[in-house]
Ligand binder design. Structure first.
Ligand SMILES: Nc1ncnc2c1ncn2[C@@H]1O[C@H](COP(=O)(O)OP(=O)(O)OP(=O)(O)O)[C@@H](O)[C@H]1O
Ligand SMILES: [Mg+2]
Length: 335
């Protein structure tokens, strides 16, 4: 697996999982997961449906007992000191645990009382959180009458009532429209700049790329890659180079292209990958003068009369990285 270890002088992680494992009968949903998230970091756990994201968060938030392994939140052991860790984190679950019959104000008030906040302090926090969630004008409506985006923002507000140092969020923007997603992103950025450590799960690469300091990719319960966006991109061998999106009427698996690509592979000694879904060819970057190489490939496309709609050079984006490390490589045809 790829991993990025922070320097030795790094502080104590706010969230730490050590060989964290969850089995349901014969199925291993989370498999020896090791994770360290540092104070003030926003860490995005990316994975397909069923990869083990919710199970991981459920264990870290003490909703689910691990089968084996350990975890620590703000230095407290999740197994030995569960009462200590409960005060350190807030969580927004995938199914948003809100009291639908109460108003947004009452949901927050209920939690403020539960945490034993003094009246004045509770009111001040509620006002601040409702303001940040953009819900001041809805504070007395029934929660079930709020839109999906509003519910999500209310759930974040609820998770922040005890001003936790760590926030866990399971797919905070799934199913939201672009404007609502941006509002959530703004809230997350604000919390991050206030020093909150955030672990979020997402399917959206764009979201991870935009918000995260580091990204972990989980697949079949295992962390298959970890790093900053640019670190991941750099480490994916053979992905730097050229991508050529072919015109619609010319498929990546055409016989003409196969012969022609075999010639390119031999001449430049490069890796070639075909993505049928995107009708795109990826060519790796050989040693030496990249400008000359780009020009030669461009000339080759024209001399072979291969129609294309996009010719791009540079680093792979996160989506390509994600595909390369998290999808079954059998679905791509090596040349
Ligand atoms: N209570 C349970 N009993 C049995 N199997 C479970 C249970 N909870 C989760 N699983 C299984 O564990 C695996 C991981 O599920 P999990 O909900 O963690 O995935 P996820 O990454 O959150 O997926 P999604 O993106 O769909 O939310 C799945 O195969 C799921 O069926
Ligand atoms: Mg889930």
């Amino acid at each position: 697996m790829l991993s990025s270890a922070p320097s030795q002088s790094a502080p104590e992680p706010s969230v730490r999982a050590l060989n964290l494992t969850k089995r349901f009968g014969a199925r291993t949903s989370v498999d020896q997961l090791n994770l360290s998230i540092y104070p003030g970091e926003l860490y995005a756990l990316l994975g397909d449906n069923g990869a083990g994201k919710t199970t991981t968060i459920s264990m870290l938030t003490t909703l689910l007992a691990p089968t084996s392994g350990e975890f620590f939140i703000c230095g407290f052991s999740g197994l030995k000191q569960p009462e200590n860790i409960k005060g350190c984190f807030g969580a927004v679950s995938q199914d948003l645990a809100l009291y639908q019959e109460l108003t947004p104000y009452e949901n927050l008030k209920f939690l403020a009382n539960l945490y034993g906040l003094a009246k004045a302090e509770g009111e001040a926090r509620i006002e601040k959180l409702l303001g940040r969630a953009g819900l001041i004008d809805r504070l007395n409506d029934r929660t079930h009458s709020l839109s999906g985006g509003m519910l999500r923002r209310l759930a974040i507000a609820c998770a922040m009532i005890n001003e936790p140092k760590v926030l866990f969020m399971d797919e905070p923007t799934v199913g939201l429209d672009p404007a609502s997603r941006r509002l959530i992103w703004a809230t997350l950025k604000e919390l991050k700049s206030a020093g909150v450590t955030i672990l979020l799960t997402t399917h959206y690469l764009e979201e991870a790329e935009l918000l995260a300091d580091r990204i972990g990719i989980i697949r079949d319960g295992k962390l298959t890659a970890e790093g900053t966006v640019s670190e991941l991109a750099r480490r994916i061998k053979g992905m730097r180079g050229i991508s050529i999106k072919l015109a619609q009427d010319f498929a990546v698996d055409s016989a003409q292209l196969a012969t022609s690509l075999a010639f390119v592979k031999e001449k430049f000694d490069v890796e070639i990958r075909l993505d049928e879904l995107r009708n795109t060819i990826y060519l790796s970057q050989p040693e030496g003068d990249s400008e000359h190489y780009h020009r030669e490939i461009f000339d080759w496309l024209q001399s072979e009369k291969i129609p294309f709609v996009k010719f791009a050079t540079g680093e792979p984006n996160l989506e390509e990285v994600f595909l390369a490390v998290s999808k079954d490589l059998k679905s791509e045809q090596p040349v």
